[in-house]
Design a binder for this molecule. Structure first.
Ligand code: CDP
Ligand code: CDP
Length: 206
């Protein structure tokens, strides 16, 4: 059987790591929808208007994932993600991806609520603010970004606040989402917990 799995959660909660691992284990396709907003944000940093950037998005815009992980791109992504016309321009691609044959895992902020309200399984991945900031700080240092823990903490708080407060597709768990707090979990434990949650909702998965 092939399922559509929706995974949402705040920044650096571990949703992308869980989504990637699940897709690999199940043989499904994976879409990191944050990369779409980051790519739009990056184009606006280069001077393009947000809607034009969203409408003209192509595969080459998301090819350089490392560049898209930079903190200034994350901030730009968070700003364009609050614009309803930008979100609307990205819906079609995400929904088409979700419906592809063979199963799909999508992770983001509004997958279970807006993009795939009929997803077979919805997970909402969280972790404490301190754990998330420490994880992202370590990740950014590893990629050569010169940032302090305080800066990362402030950045995540600002993006989470904007994501939760916006009128269109705010960051909120879907009513039928399974909550997974990864604060005290290794990556392996988080993936196993997610797989268990999927099997509980979809026992046919085996
Ligand atoms: O990896 P991280 O969670 O830090 O960020 P991301 O998932 O790459 O998303 C970057 C930004 O895009 C977020 O701060 C959100 O503002 C926005 N986003 C969104 O609004 N909706 C999505 N489905 C995915 C990302
Ligand atoms: O996609 P999201 O922004 O929610 O987070 P991520 O990119 O999956 O994870 C952020 C960082 O936390 C990565 O460096 C992961 O390896 C790490 N992580 C962790 O240490 N423990 C977990 N249970 C999950 C992720």
């Amino acid at each position: 059987m092939s399922l559509t799995i929706a995974i949402d959660g705040p920044a650096a909660s571990g949703k992308g790591t869980v989504a990637r691992a699940l897709a690999q284990r199940l043989g499904y396709a994976h879409l990191d929808t944050g990369l779409l907003y980051r790519a739009v944000g990056r184009k606006t940093l280069e001077g393009m208007a947000p809607l034009e950037a969203a409408q003209s998005l192509s595969a080459s815009d998301v090819a350089d994932a490392d560049a898209l992980r930079a903190p200034d791109v994350a901030r730009a992504a968070s700003r364009v993600a609050a614009m309803p016309e930008v979100r609307a321009a990205l819906i079609g691609f995400q929904r088409a991806f979700a419906q592809r044959m063979g199963g799909a895992v999508l992770d983001g902020r509004d997958i279970g609520t807006v993009i795939c309200p009929d997803a077979d399984v919805k997970l909402f991945v969280t972790a404490t603010d301190a754990v998330r900031a420490a994880r992202r700080h370590k990740e950014l240092l590893g990629k050569g970004h010169d940032v302090t823990l305080d800066e990362v903490t402030a950045d995540l708080a600002e993006r989470d606040r904007r994501d939760a407060a916006r009128a269109t597709a705010p960051l909120v768990p879907a009513k039928d989402a399974v909550l997974i707090d990864t604060s005290a979990m290794s990556i392996e434990t988080a993936v196993r917990t997610a797989l268990d949650a999927i099997r509980a909702v979809q026992p046919e998965l085996g």
